[in-house]
Structure formats: structure tokens, C-alpha cells
Design a protein around this ligand. Structure first.
Ligand code: MG
Length: 244
């Protein structure tokens, strides 16, 4: 193409683009609903104004033992810590779709290996485990490492901080839906950021977390959030949730 022809094409292209747009810009403006005003936290970790603060570093009133009754874990220095072999804990409230922020710390004194090092877990809707594990220079099966949806989905990367350092998960959870006859209507989905790094991208879950065997779904509604006692001194702090 000669220089003049090239120039003509370049000049014509934007004009053609404008011609394709007919009507008024107002016709495609949507004014309602108006999104609710939410005041963000002062940092990404702090609870926004419409969040339910599940744990502020002191108050365990939103939690109970997995078996019912008082929380058997210890609270000190703005964190709660697993009391090994006294059982997991769960929220008194139940949740369906949500955004969750939670911070955890695996022990600074490193002992054990594989699944035996800084193991705990966040059971989304009580049944679906987002693994908590010290995988800083600690190898285990990929679909059971930190950031995995346990035995279902390998994290995209290993974003672990060193043992003894605080870490975060931010989770967007879409609950599974069921038909009246109990069959699955739509599976659960999870997006997870580990220390701000994407590790699960709208991952579809295959069913409830199982240690042995293939996962499958069983009908349920809103469920509590559960934190696992796996026998290690894992701590948690700054837990908040937004119902979606
Ligand atoms: Mg675990």
C-alpha cells in the first residue's frame, strides 16, 4: 500500500467506529439499583463497614466448640490458638455465600514434616476445607498443601510466608445449591488469595472434603465456618466475613 492509501485507512477507521453506534448514550446507562455505600478498612486487612467481625483478637462470643459449648482454645496477644486435641471450633452463625478475611500463623518452632507441620484448616460452610499448613520448605502432596482445597484443587502457587509470620486468606465463596430432591443444582465455587496472591481462581468443588475417597455432595443449607484442630499450635486473628 502506498503512503496516501495508508493514511486514508487510518483516518477512516475511527469514523466507521462512531457510525456503528446508534441512539443516545443515556439508553445504556443503568441508574438503579444504587450500590450500598461501604467504608473500606484503613488497610485491605481491616474490616469494611458492612462486615461481621468474627474475631477481633479478644472476643470469642461469636464462636463455640465444634462439639457445642465453650471454645476450648486459648486467647492471648490478640490471637486465638488451637488447644491441641481439644477439638475444632465453629461460628454460632451460619453462612451461605460470603467474602471472608482470616489471618493465621503456624508455629515458629518448626517440628514435624509434611501434613504434620502447622496443620489446621478453614472449613468453609463446615464441609469444605481450605488447607492451613506450613509449606515453607516443607513438601507434601500438592493437593493437600497450604492454599489447596484439600484433596480437590492444587493452589496455583505456593505463597507461604515463613513459620511464625502472620499470613492471610481472602476467600470469595459461592455455596453449592441443591434441588428439592437433594440432587446438586450448582457446585460450590471458591476464589482464594493467599497473602494477596491468587491461589484458587473460581475453583469448582467436587463435594465435601474427604480424607479418604472421592468427594461427593450432600444437600445442606447455610452452615457455620469451622476451624480445625489438627494437633498443632496454629493461631488465628482478624477474622471478618461479609454475607453476599
Ligand atoms: Mg488441615
Amino acid at each position: 500500500m502506498k503512503h496516501k492509501q495508508l493514511l486514508a485507512v487510518a483516518l477512516l477507521a475511527p469514523a466507521l467506529h462512531v457510525c456503528a453506534q446508534q441512539g443516545k448514550p443515556e439508553e445504556t446507562e443503568v441508574w438503579t439499583p444504587v450500590p450500598a455505600v461501604v467504608t473500606p478498612g484503613s488497610t485491605a486487612a481491616n474490616a469494611p463497614s458492612d462486615a461481621i467481625v468474627l474475631f477481633d483478637g479478644k472476643d470469642l462470643s461469636k464462636w463455640e466448640s465444634e462439639k457445642g459449648g465453650a471454645v476450648p482454645w486459648t486467647v492471648a496477644d490478640g490471637a486465638m490458638t488451637v488447644s491441641p486435641r481439644k477439638g475444632g471450633i465453629k461460628t454460632k452463625d451460619s453462612f451461605e455465600d460470603f467474602q471472608l478475611h482470616i489471618e493465621f500463623r503456624t508455629p515458629s518452632v518448626v517440628k514435624g514434616e509434611g501434613q504434620g507441620r502447622g496443620n489446621s484448616g478453614i472449613f468453609l460452610q463446615s464441609f469444605y476445607e481450605l488447607q492451613v499448613l506450613d509449606n515453607y520448605n516443607n513438601k507434601t502432596y500438592s493437593n493437600g498443601q497450604a492454599g489447596s482445597l484439600y484433596k480437590q484443587s492444587i493452589p496455583l502457587v505456593n505463597a507461604c510466608r515463613k513459620p511464625g509470620e502472620w499470613q492471610s486468606y481472602d476467600v470469595i465463596w459461592t455455596a453449592p445449591r441443591f434441588n428439592a430432591d437433594g440432587s446438586l443444582k450448582s457446585p460450590a465455587r471458591a476464589t482464594v488469595l493467599h497473602n494477596g496472591v491468587l491461589v484458587q481462581n473460581n475453583t469448582e468443588l467436587l463435594g465435601k472434603t474427604l480424607y479418604i475417597g472421592k468427594p461427593f455432595y450432600e444437600k445442606h443449607g447455610a452452615m457455620p465456618l469451622t476451624l480445625q484442630d489438627h494437633g498443632d499450635l496454629v493461631s488465628y486473628r482478624n477474622i471478618w466475613i461479609r454475607k453476599l
